[in-house]
Design a protein around this ligand. Structure first.
Ligand SMILES: [Zn+2]
Length: 290
């Protein structure tokens, strides 16, 4: 059950569900940054949510959930690939003694971006962040954007992060078991935070839906993986330009770039910098045309 996504459906209904449980994946994030508990738990909930949402898409690429605020929490970013590889980070300052999302964010915005691998375009939606919990915010966002009834439950602590998603798909036969959605939502609302965090997927399904006919699929593994690389950092430095990068080397002796997601350090000394620009067009002296 650890670090897996569990898909399931309710037989003879248009309702599908997913459960996710993050252990080592979550610990890999927490080892890299020391987050205060309220920021940590919110980030954990976002990680669980990113997996749940990515798993509802048929896209090959990345799903990025961002929260931006003017208050104590400035930025939170979680990225999830279609292979269910996750990374995330948070920026914060002077936290109040509250876990109310509107107080933590202040004029917050929720930004959801899809980056398909095989298309140059990205798809982005930005909504005002309204709601006291991330589950509430995402639930109302999904309701509006996908026009599918979707409910989401999220939980995180210093040990684990977990979530449950239910979605009602368009049905050709709405008359069949027309009460199923209301009944299943009602059952799901009894789930406790500690149950989401501590019980196995199968135990949660049994605890909530033992009177329903649930079919479960093979669980899919979830893991922490950062997409940073030396090549990407090199490209970033090239975009910055030779003059700028050389002035950093002159001031500091070398260029140190650390990935904010995974803390991986990339260092370039003056020789590296010369080589890096020697092979790129930006540094070539413009040829005189006479
Ligand atoms: Zn990284």
């Amino acid at each position: 059950m650890n670090d897996t996504l569990q898909r399931f459906i309710f037989e003879a209904t248009p309702i599908r569900g997913e459960l996710v449980h993050l252990d080592a994946t979550w610990q890999a994030i927490l080892q890299r940054h020391d987050y205060p508990p309220r920021v940590r738990d919110l980030l954990g909930e976002m990680m669980a949510a990113a997996i749940l949402l990515a798993a509802t898409l048929k896209m090959h690429g990345r799903l990025i959930i961002q929260i931006q605020g003017q208050g104590p929490i400035r930025l939170m970013v979680v990225e999830c690939t279609n292979a269910l590889e996750l990374r995330g980070l948070a920026h914060w300052q002077d936290l109040p003694d509250s876990s109310d999302l509107e107080l933590l964010l202040v004029d917050g915005r929720l930004i959801i971006t899809l980056e398909p691998n095989d298309e140059p375009e990205r798809y982005q939606s930005i909504v005002e962040l309204k709601g006291k919990t991330l589950s509430a915010v995402l639930g109302s966002y999904l309701q509006q954007s996908e026009q599918l009834d979707t409910h989401i439950w999220l939980a995180a602590n210093g040990e684990r992060a977990a979530g449950l998603l239910l979605q009602k798909l368009p049905s050709k036969d709405p008359g069949r078991d027309s009460d199923a959605w209301n009944r299943i939502i009602h059952l799901s609302q009894t789930v406790q935070t500690h149950e989401l965090l501590e019980l196995s997927h199968l135990d949660i399904l049994h605890r909530l839906y033992h009177e329903e006919q649930v079919r479960v699929f093979e669980p899919s593994p979830v893991c922490f993986r950062c997409s940073c690389s030396k090549e990407r950092v090199v490209n970033m430095l090239r975009v910055l330009g030779y003059a700028e990068v050389r002035s950093i080397v002159q001031e500091q002796g070398c260029v140190n770039v650390a990935c904010e997601f995974c803390n991986q350090k990339y260092d370039f000394d003056s020789v590296d910098v010369e080589q890096l620009f020697a092979s790129s067009e930006q540094h070539q002296a413009p040829r005189a045309r006479q």
